[in-house]
Design a protein around this ligand. Sequence first.
Ligand code: C2E
Ligand code: CA
Length: 339
Amino acid sequence: EFVAILPDTDTEQAYMIGKKIRDRMEAISIEAPNGEKVKATVSIGISVYPDHGKDDKELFLIADNMMYKSKRAGKNRISSPNEDDIAQSFKIAGEKTQLVLNTLEKRNLVPYFQPIQNIASGGIEIYELLMRIQTDSDIITASEFIDVAESLGVIHKLDYILIEKAFEVIMEREYKGMLFINISPKALIIGEFIKNILTIAKKYKINTENIVLEITERDTVKNVTLLEKFVQELKFEGFKFAVDDFGSGFSSFHYVKRLPIDYIKIEGEFIRTLQKDSADIALIKSIVTLAKELKIKTVAEYVESAEILEEVRKVGVDYAQGYYIGKPKEDFLQEETTL
Ligand code: C2E
Ligand code: CA
């Protein structure tokens, strides 16, 4: 996604510029190795100050929603908002904000657990903790609200509530395996993360060596040195670390180089549509080689079929996670776990 900021431009002029961008894109094609011509389309959303929003947040919200409107309408077009669009965009954003703020107050979060299989032994040795909001009528998945919680700067508070609930479940069920927990790097360095997580771990008698913190690049921190310090401290306390969605962004390699990483979780989008002898296989092979060299274990995400499990096994990935292995669910059973 790209943004063009146009000073002193009204909606009509912005539309003309959008059209120019689209026409230029239409004229471009790239030749694939098999000789086919590959083309790209562009979906554009417009918002204009002060007509559609009073500050950067509102303008981005509207432009983003208009971009999705262009996509829904068939892509390769430009959309500017009418009054209904503006009202609708604010309504959805407002509802999500309300949902997150309500959850902070009511603590109506539920821990979901997704199994991760050791490919060599076939056993389930690990679960990943995923956040769900329980409303009166629904269970809402993390992808619906994580962005909002991050931009409101409250994700770490939701994380504490969820982690505490998950630790309680683990203690009750006497689960002795590993638990992977998603944590944004920003949450690691704000507040008193280390003190707080140690307090909850102690309260529920959790062995910190069984906890793996997954760091994403989504909400990255600029100060890697500071992040490094916190990671080292947690490492000293027994925690392990994983890089989440490895390969999807630019800091993956940086993290592996700078931080004591134990697991690499290979971006699910490389895995989900995996085909024999494809570029994806070459990419996964190179990640596995890198990991082995650094004595880091690898996990393939989004393993959705037996064929894909077989492909990732062949290239030497250590663990598999995805709908084929098991969907995230509320109750994870000790019996399923093989340690
Ligand atoms: P992620 O860590 O990459 O998590 C994997 C997401 O993919 C989960 O969605 C999961 O339900 C889904 N998934 C699992 N297997 C498959 C599969 O085989 N195919 C497909 N298509 N999808 C699969 P979910 O739970 O909605 O989480 C979305 C993202 O939200 C997560 O991405 C993670 O970055 C973040 N997140 C989830 N729980 C938490 C949390 O407790 N704290 C924080 N800070 N972030 C969280
Ligand atoms: Ca994850």
